[in-house]
Design a protein around this ligand. Structure first.
Ligand SMILES: C[S@@+](CC[C@H](N)C(=O)[O-])C[C@H]1O[C@@H](n2cnc3c(N)ncnc32)[C@H](O)[C@@H]1O
Length: 230
């Protein structure tokens, strides 16, 4: 399906934020990682510099860096104003203030854009979108999905979530998803049905993480192959 850039909020997070959102350890960073819906995050750019093997997919990668930058410039004032107007709904221990949040997002975008063309040539940024991924079965030990699944629960129904997570688990042994809240800062209504569905064949658990910007949004969902201890 052709993507409409005007519907996207191209706000990206840093490697440090990904580390905290997903409890990533040195063992995790030593594995090839798939970032699903990474958009303009600098996770791939910064991680690659540190020697990690990261593949990011996102429909936004059909656009040029200049187009993504222009979209960011078009929405950033409005989004930061909305956050300032609802400041009590957010936890400022990491970013400090709406102004610093904006500066962080600009820094992340700059790091992403600097890496984008070379990363595309190296097939580290691949244009693709859930619920279909262009990879072989079990190509990745770990997949991460930040600020797409569950967050946009008003736009994507529970069937889309189940189909998408099933597809991620086709190509990866484990998936971690953050946050579990919607844009309205409520726990996603899809969370319980998703857990019930995947618990039949996988280990599925909610785990606390050391990152909270949306108030109450400090948990991730982990779904992985059941490890046979017998
Ligand atoms: C708010 S951004 C999050 C970017 C990044 N994961 C982060 O946390 O910094 C949401 C991203 O989801 C992407 N997206 C939209 N539809 C998607 C789909 N069907 N499959 C995968 N990603 C999608 C958007 O293009 C956008 O880059």
């Amino acid at each position: 399906m052709a993507m409409v850039l005007e519907k996207v909020v191209p706000f990206g997070r840093s490697l440090d934020e990904y580390q905290k959102m997903f409890n990533l350890t040195a063992t995790d960073f030593a594995k090839p990682i798939l970032g699903v819906g990474d958009g303009p995050a600098s996770f791939n750019a910064e991680g690659t510099k540190c020697g990690c093997t990261i593949t990011s997919i996102d429909p936004i990668y059909e656009f040029t860096g200049a187009e993504i930058q222009a979209r960011f410039a078009a929405v950033v004032d409005d989004i930061i104003a909305q956050i300032e107007a609802t400041s009590d709904d957010w936890i400022w221990s990491y970013h400090g203030s709406p102004a610093e949040l904006r500066a962080n997002r600009e820094k992340v975008l700059a790091a992403f854009l600097e890496d984008y063309e070379i990363g595309k040539q190296e097939r580290r940024y691949i244009t693709a979108e859930l619920p279909v991924l262009p990879f072989e079965s079990k190509q990745f030990p770990l997949a991460l999905c930040s600020h797409f699944l569950f967050l946009y629960s008003d736009h994507f129904d529970v069937e889309f979530h189940i189909q998408s997570i099933q597809e991620i688990l086709r190509v990866a042994d484990e998936v971690r998803i953050f946050p579990l809240l919607t844009l309205m800062l409520k726990r996603s209504p899809h969370l319980d049905p998703v857990i019930q569905y995947f618990q039949k064949s996988y280990d599925a658990s909610i785990q606390p993480v050391d990152y909270e910007l949306q108030k109450g949004g400090n948990e991730m969902l982990v779904i992985r192959e059941v490890i046979d201890m017998s």
